[in-house]
Ligand binder design. Sequence first.
Ligand SMILES: Nc1ncnc2c1ncn2[C@@H]1O[C@H](COP(=O)(O)OP(=O)(O)OP(=O)(O)O)[C@@H](O)[C@H]1O
Length: 321
Amino acid sequence: MSGAPVEVVDLRREYIAKGRRRDTRRVVALDGVSLTVEQGTVHGLLGPNGAGKTTLVKILSTILLPTSGTATVFGHDVSTEPMAVRRSIGLVLGGDRGLYGSLTGRRNLEYWAALYGLDAGQGRRRAGELLERLGLADRADTRVETYSRGMKQRLHLARGLMGDSRLLIFDEPTVGMDPVAARAFRELVRDLLADGRSMLLTTHDMAEAEQLCHQVTLIADGAVLATESPRTLSGWIDAYEYVDVDQVPGAVVDEIALLDGVAEVTSRPDGGARISTVAAGTTAVVLRRLLDAGVTGIRTGRPSLDEVYVRLIGDRGLEVS
Ligand SMILES: Nc1ncnc2c1ncn2[C@@H]1O[C@H](COP(=O)(O)OP(=O)(O)OP(=O)(O)O)[C@@H](O)[C@H]1O
């Protein structure tokens, strides 16, 4: 059966969370998510902590079932054809999950090769190639518990590539990597693309998404805000700035709050304020007004990505429950 590498339609996933006094609470981790990963592309899932990224990855890798909606991998439904889905994907999780610390890197890979159905000779060959490819050859025969975080991350990558899968799913692939390893990862992604593979990766990092992805789905509170090219998204994000002032007269604040491109002014009890701007060029106008009014103690900056998400949700009138 053929189909896009990933097709998700109106996907919902709820968790029943247990409270302290045996009461239960329903947590909606995904709420009507739809997205498509096109053949031969890298698709990013970008969102703050708790957005639902890992839940989506787990559903696509058949670790979790959806509450409702559908998800298919190359046309195979994750709920009804999990074995076919598993054969098509290579999953790369981060951290210590799934690594055997008391075994060497090479033994870990050979073990997974057997799970992927490779015979011993093929497994040894493939493990050797991947250890070389990922810069782990000189530590291949030492125990994984002695590896740094970045080395473990590279071993995870090797594991995901053991099965020769057409779709690779990476959960926060470069967390813990040093810049050299992160660059090697980007090169690896390019090689995999040239090889005709498709990829889905989760990240908190807009710069990484920009360098790697063809399309990025911005997700917050379990809902899709937008699927765009990374260039468009970073344009939206770059438009957000803020100006912090130590002391500012109320009349000046009121005037600035009415300017086009000023999203919000929050006054602090100590007489200071944060002026949040959203349109390119607005910060310069705000600074001029402040200087004209004789205000000193001014600092400008950019909000964190998480703060930008909150603003994007508000500014674009998106209802996220
Ligand atoms: N097993 C669980 N039981 C209850 N709630 C859960 C469970 N797993 C996740 N959640 C909740 O579901 C929501 C989505 O979590 P998820 O881990 O998918 O987000 P995420 O985007 O991957 O976040 P992070 O970047 O922190 O990993 C969060 O509110 C989280 O607290």
